[in-house]
Ligand binder design. Structure first.
Ligand code: NAP
Ligand code: SF4
Length: 677
């Protein structure tokens, strides 16, 4: 965890020369699709979004991807840079970023066979497993025209005021599809030998450099580990890196894993800094700056990568959603005040995949900058917040920041509420950072903490307003025998109050059921977290083999226990899990042999285990332990008492609505309520 002012971050804060530019530090804000451009006030919202990140002192900001032409769009409404007038509409964004002292580059990304429409194109007509549309094979004329389109898009960006472009050559998009035999089966001058497969990106870089001149910053994002079968081996990646340098790129950013890869690359199960060796391999091949990326979320990890020489710069994307002022806080000795990205993907990628503008679970202001104010309250109040979970802490920190006098009551002797349970789940230790952040904010803004104090109505009578954030309690279903000694709640298991036996039945297959299943089957974390992760997902930790794969990412793994997870619904289990993380969790459980049963009727619980009816037949799921993951009930006893006594009170988080509660809604509601007081 980032602790108070105990480190300097000399390398991270040191300037670096790249092409014709002096960069003020070693941090690039990585490209993120924001979907802000599709909003009615898209330019204003993008301007506010990027200006805030420039104020936070990212040396270079890379925008979300713009297609170089119509075929290259990700979806039919996607942003593109082939129209000079449309490109010029982005000028105010560039100006705003420049006023704050940062550089801004437009990413040019041709979606290739990932484009979600009829008529998408690729080097060879092979459909991507994650797309229902089959691509058309590009002709030699298509290829030449596309190279020219990249150069035109770059020139349009330059005319609009961008300092440079990032040419997207990784993640399985068009350029990457040319570089590897996995997707390039061509027999002409654009396929076959490595030189032929590399010709497309090399010519694009050369054309962009020729068209835009020596001052223009050209960043090339190279795939440093494809993580797909027949991906590039390390020698080919190094070879391509050298050719890209010679063709005129100023910086090599690195990308990890194709979108269709079955290995997690950025979500919470990936250890911090896991991919640094892939960047180091690229760096060994070239003399231009190389950027490490993916799961770099704290200044400590970034500094370590830079100081070790594995990379010259770091790219952080989601961490700038979580905290736009990341670098500024480091420079001002306030690293402990950084709101850390916890790699949950819940409000960034999952929003994007469900056609919503990007935001952030730990920072609801992200992408909605204009909806929030920083001006102090004109009528400061004496506020009591009851409950120190995510909702309570977010309300308290924001209200105190806006000038209210805040006292927070928490019945436990520590803060966190449900976050204390979530942090026990494999990979979710990142919630510690959220706890650290809110604790630091509450301390900074003078919140009075009353830990170990279960507030009564009398305690709260003297406040102007009370916020009830008392959260939830596990739901106990009305199944006969539910009070049997074998039965435990998820809270008892995750908190360590109860130890599960060797055979476990989990009632409820929602988010918590899946998390508890993973908690129960996963072996204790090995000392070398990276090595364990690579082994679990079949990755070559040296990044030398083809596609950096050393085994089958879906291979079975030993489980700590035998676990059966049940639900009453007949629908597919885990449907409500996050779009970008659910597959990881489902695969992890499958790999550990977790059995799932849907469409069950719970009959009773006794010494034999859990009796169910399935497909009209009675069955006993033998289990030493039965864990209830059957949802939650709101805890609003106190609210009802206060209202009866006429004490002004509001509710946030699980106390307000337990269904579908997660930290995303809890924090969003807390911050918005504080803004409205
Ligand atoms: P949930 O996702 O609503 O799942 C509750 C489960 O309990 C369902 O499988 C439901 O399925 C079952 N259930 C509900 N009432 C029951 C009853 N009376 N008797 C027996 N079974 C009952 O809620 P959750 O798992 O408690 O999670 C809470 C929130 O946190 C959710 O919003 C969830 O998305 C979020 N969360 C997400 C993740 C993640 O995405 N990894 C992890 C943790 C939490 P049946 O009714 O079909 O049996
Ligand atoms: Fe990071 Fe989660 Fe915020 Fe996305 S939503 S930026 S993963 S904390």
């Amino acid at each position: 965890m980032s602790s108070k002012n105990d480190r300097t971050f000399e390398k991270l804060l040191s300037p670096i020369r790249a092409g014709a530019h002096n960069l003020r530090n070693r941090v690039l804000m990585g490209s993120m699709h924001t979907r802000l451009e599709g909003e009615p006030d898209g330019i204003e919202r993008q301007l506010a979004f990027y200006r805030e990140r420039a104020r936070g002192e990212a040396a270079v900001i890379v925008t979300g991807g713009f297609a170089p032409n119509a075929e290259g769009m990700f979806d039919p409404e996607g942003p593109r840079l082939d129209d000079p007038r449309q490109a010029l509409s982005l000028k105010p964004i560039c100006d705003a970023v420049h006023q704050e002292g940062s550089l801004i580059c437009a990413q040019i990304c041709h979606a290739g066979r990932y484009a979600k429409f009829e008529g998408c194109v690729a080097p060879s007509p092979i459909r991507a497993p994650i797309n229902r549309y089959s691509p058309r094979e590009m002709t030699a004329a298509d290829i030449r025209r596309t190279i020219d389109d990249f150069a035109t898009a770059a020139a349009n960006a330059q005319a609009a005021g961008f300092d440079g472009v990032e040419i997207m050559g990784s993640e399985g998009y068009l350029i990457n599809e040319f570089t590897v035999t996995h997707t390039n089966k061509r027999q002409d001058g654009w396929g076959g030998s490595a030189d032929n497969r590399h010709r497309f990106p090399v010519e694009i870089v050369r054309a962009v450099r020729d068209r835009c001149g020596p001052e223009f910053l050209v960043i090339y994002r190279i795939s440093a580990a494809d993580l797909v079968d027949s991906g590039a081996p390390a020698e080919e990646i190094a070879m391509l890196a050298r050719k890209i340098e010679i063709a005129g790129a100023d910086i090599l950013n690195t990308g990890i894993g194709w979108h269709e890869a079955r290995v997690p690359t950025i979500a919470y199960p990936v250890p911090r800094g896991a991919w640094r060796q892939a960047a180091a391999n690229v760096k060994a091949a070239v003399s231009i700056p190389v950027i490490a990326s993916n799961r770099i979320n704290t200044p400590e990890v970034a500094e370590d990568i830079l100081a070790s020489g594995d990379a010259d710069m770091v790219s952080m994307a989601r961490p700038f959603l979580a905290d736009p002022h990341f670098v500024r806080k480091v420079r001002e000795g306030r690293a402990h005040e950084i709101n850390t990205c916890i790699a949950c993907n819940q409000a960034c990628l999952d929003f994007i995949f469900s056609d919503r503008p990007v935001s952030c679970l730990v920072n609801p202001r992200a992408g909605r900058e204009a909806e929030f104010r920083d001006t102090p309250s004109e009528t400061p109040k004496k506020l009591a917040i009851v409950g120190g979970g995510a909702a309570g802490m977010a309300t308290a920190a924001e209200a105190a920041r806006l000038g209210h006098a805040v006292t927070l009551f928490e019945a436990e002797d520590r803060l966190g509420g449900q976050l204390q349970l979530a942090r026990a789940v494999p990979g979710k230790r990142e919630f510690d950072e959220t706890l650290r952040y809110y604790t630091a904010q509450m301390c900074k803004h003078g919140v009075t903490l009353r830990l170990g104090c279960r507030a009564t109505a009398d305690d709260l009578a003297g406040f102007d307003h009370v916020v009830i954030a008392t959260g939830v309690t596990p739901r106990i279903p009305g199944v006969p025998g539910v009070d049997h000694v074998k039965v435990a709640t998820y809270a008892e298991i995750l908190s360590g109050a109860r130890e599960a036996g060797q055979t476990v039945a989990i009632m409820g297959a929602g988010g918590i059921g899946h998390d508890v299943a993973e908690f129960l089957v996963t072996q204790p974390a090995e000392a070398n977290e990276n090595a364990a992760f690579f082994e679990r997902w079949g990755v070559d930790g040296q990044f030398r083999k083809d596609g950096a794969l050393a085994g089958d990412p879906l291979a079975e793994l030993p489980a700590k226990r035998k676990v059966v997870m049940l639900q009453r619904k007949t629908s597919k289990q885990g449907q409500g899990l996050g779009v970008s993380t659910g597959w990881i969790l489902r695969n992890a459980l499958r790999k550990h042999g977790v059995e799932t049963l849907a469409g069950v009727v719970y009959e009773r619980i006794d010494d034999k285990g859990l009796h169910i009816m399935l497909n009209g037949e009675v069955r006993v799921v033998a289990a030493d332990t039965i864990v209830l993951c059957t949802g939650q009930e709101p805890d609003r006893t106190l609210y009802d008492i206060l209202t009866a006594r006429g004490i002004a009170a509001s509710m946030v988080g699980g106390a307000a609505e337990a269904a579908e509660l997660d930290a995303l809604r809890a924090i969003d509601e807390g911050v918005r309520l504080a803004q409205s007081l």
